[in-house]
Design a protein around this ligand. Sequence first.
Ligand code: F6P
Length: 547
Amino acid sequence: MVAVDSTKAWTELQQHAAQLTGSHLKDLLNDAQRFDRFSFSYDKYLLDLSKQRINDETLKKLIGLADQQDLKGWIERLFSAEKVNDSEQRAALHMALRQPAGGLLLHEGLDVVANVQDSLQKMQALVEQIQRAQWRGYDGRPIRSIVNIGVGGSSLGPLMVCEALEQYAPDEMRHLDLYFVSSMDGSELEKVLPSLDPATTLFIVASKTFTTVDTLANANTAREWLLAASKQPIELINQHHFVAATASPEAALRWGVPEDHQLLLWDWVGGRYSLWSVIGMPIALKIGMAQFREMLHGAHKMDEHFRLTPFENNLPVLLGLIGVWNINFLDIHAHAILPYDGRLAQFPAYLEQLEMESNGKSVNRSGQRIDYRTCPVLWGQVGSNAQHAFYQLLHQGTEPVMCDFISPAVRYGDDGEELQEQHQLSLANCLAQSRLLALGDSMLTKDEVPSSYKHYDGNQPSTTLMLQTLDPESLGGLIALYEHKVFVQSVIWEINPFDQWGVEQGKKVATSLLEKLAQPEGSDLDASTNGLLDYIQNQVQGMKHEN
Ligand code: F6P
């Protein structure tokens, strides 16, 4: 198999990039038609690529690369339940989770859509039971607090959506308090437990595999806390205070969650693609099932757009290809995600997993090492806060960075003039920053000739992604847009975006280190780890003597 970086389309893009060397966004943006040519809209989304270092030829050539890599065929394979996750021999069917009832998708002889609808129905029944105060704790009082225990895909997506859509919580859900607990060291649990009443607290143990030690350690601590407070038998505590969202019902049952309190997903849902499934139960508890379904609807519309729209106007395809252009042809290896909306504060953290766990790979689908770049380092923060943190590097550092600016166009309908003014302020900053990053000093007036330390190079490319408003439907579409963008890039790079072998070995090493921590004497590991084990033991013993 010829590696993509030895193909005609790739070489042509390299030559094209060489021809563009020296061109600056300040010149490209002089073209009054540029926005019309390089901004693309679909439904409630606008993708503005006019601040990218591209011309008409660039997009044509990138689409040529996508055609050469058979992106169309891969999209069909993805949607028709082929085992695109080849290293695990699994399909990747997160799109089926948002397909409306009545559709048909067969996978290994099973009607996937019908199964999905059944699981959503079961989730809805539990959500409504909790919401109507019919789910009772060990002393007969209704549940008021819910703690989601999960990590990675079993936490980041639901947490991000719950924060983003908090204002959409219907009145009948507002009496429920929702918490997220992830960290292995117990910090979050230690913080949250004292404020909770054990008798009215329900824990959702969200774990696709039900083997993740972080999650099981937190779940065990939570159960011990309940047992100590209630003095009730463990069976009763399991029955009244735990729900499992998992693809491993046997493991959940062994741990103690009864079958009727288990919500199931399937191995064809990747962890980082699972917020649409029962892993999204916290979302349903926050915004209600009707709006949860609105979010699914928004994502489904984006799926259809991705599957059916010609590449020239296909938002996920264009977003993916622009990334490839920046990474592989302009040599930019850092990507900042900058939402100008505090509700999307968790969106960068969510994307960190989605993008880097999916495409942080250096072996292609045939198992060969590749020698071109794949996923860049990606991070971010609410843009206006980031302005006071790391924008210095964006504007004057030595590292080229591509940025995604994300904002709703409209916010705070009837919420008062002050808040509307704050939204205007946020928008102004969003537009100003991408402008300054692109234009650099050329924005300054003649009498503002800068000294060297006030100099702005500009020419940092960015994408601006505008949503009409941020609501359940548009957020669903936004997330699906990025999911598909990741897939597009994986096809160009010839890698499998649906496995994550890189995180497996660390888990095994940690298990063996746990034994060493208990018995550090005579440790024969590497010099650094031996030294650290000694240090920890000395500190622990020192503290014991002091006491
Ligand atoms: O360790 C990484 C990972 O496997 C992620 O892919 C996943 O989202 C997370 O752990 C949690 O896994 P689980 O839902 O099985 O507990």
